[in-house]
Design a protein around this ligand. Structure first.
Ligand code: ADP
Ligand code: MG
Length: 254
């Protein structure tokens, strides 16, 4: 049996007295696109950040590609990973945030080349060749020498996607990647994500774009109050939600 790309079992996360995740259960298969929707404050970002080692869970179990996040499992016991091994685990996961966070002093091309050179120790020539191909994939071949301030929000976000892909992740996390964009720029970013999904990338996408979620999600997950309330095929969940909280939320956003 192959491992799930992501498996969360009763995942809990607290910030001091605040219980932000209260037993998240979720499974994402390799090659699957999982979209997460839910009200603001329901713990969606925190959950993604736990998957990507930006937060540490307080209870439950969280696996990426069969490996417990931040730990090694031997003989049924968990051992905390060294920093180097954590770094290796993290590299399997690419993340794209609402804010693009590009390096302002680097061109689009240099932004995409940076991690392969610094982290993977790739040669400049190899990194450049791969970065060019990635910028082509996101439709930015003609903007590769532009600096972030010279790019639109949609272009910056596409550079951010290319930059995440440069580390050849097995899994891509997107946290509301289009929420900060002007409406007319949303489509070009969704197009890139749609193509990535078609190419078979495993993706977890927090989004408010219901049409997009309906179209590309293999599994649509509704989170509220730090837990998964309901999940299923997008058509079923969006047209026939069974839980009152899902019904409430969808009535507000659809
Ligand atoms: P969502 O992404 O669904 O809007 P978040 O995961 O960002 O929700 O936040 C869930 C809750 O956790 C919110 O109440 C938020 O204020 C709180 N929270 C998130 N990060 C922190 C933090 N670093 N410290 C304290 N509280 C936090
Ligand atoms: Mg959020």
């Amino acid at each position: 049996m192959t491992s799930a790309a992501v498996e969360a079992v009763r995942v809990h996360k607290n910030f001091g007295p605040l219980q932000v995740l209260r037993g998240v259960d979720l499974r994402v298969e390799p090659g699957e696109v999982c979209c997460i929707i839910g009200p603001s404050g329901s713990g969606k970002s925190t959950f993604l950040r736990c998957i990507n080692h930006l937060e540490r869970i307080d209870a439950g179990r969280l696996y990426v590609d069969g490996q417990p996040v931040g730990y090694a499992e031997r003989g049924g016991r968990l051992y905390e990973l060294t920093e180097r091994k954590v770094a290796r685990q993290r590299r399997q996961v690419g993340m794209v945030f609402q804010r693009f966070n590009l390096f302002g002093h680097l061109t689009a091309l240099e932004n995409v080349m940076e991690a392969p050179i610094q982290v993977d120790r790739k040669s400049k020539e190899t990194a450049r060749r791969e970065a060019c191909a990635l910028l082509e994939q996101v439709g930015l071949t003609n903007r590769q020498n532009a600096y972030p301030t010279q790019l639109s929000g949609g272009q910056q976000q596409r550079v951010a996607i290319a930059r995440a892909l440069a580390m050849q992740p097995k899994l891509m996390l997107f946290d509301e990647p289009t929420s900060a964009l002007d409406p007319e720029l949303v489509g070009e970013v969704l197009d890139v994500m749609r193509q990535l999904a078609r190419d078979g990338m495993t993706m977890v996408v927090v989004t408010h774009e219901m049409g997009f979620a309906r179209e590309i999600a293999d599994n649509l997950v509704f989170m509220d109050g730090g837990a998964v309330v309901e999940s299923g095929l997008p058509t079923a969940l969006l047209t026939n939600p069974t839980h009152p909280r899902t019904q409430d939320f969808l009535a507000k956003v659809l």
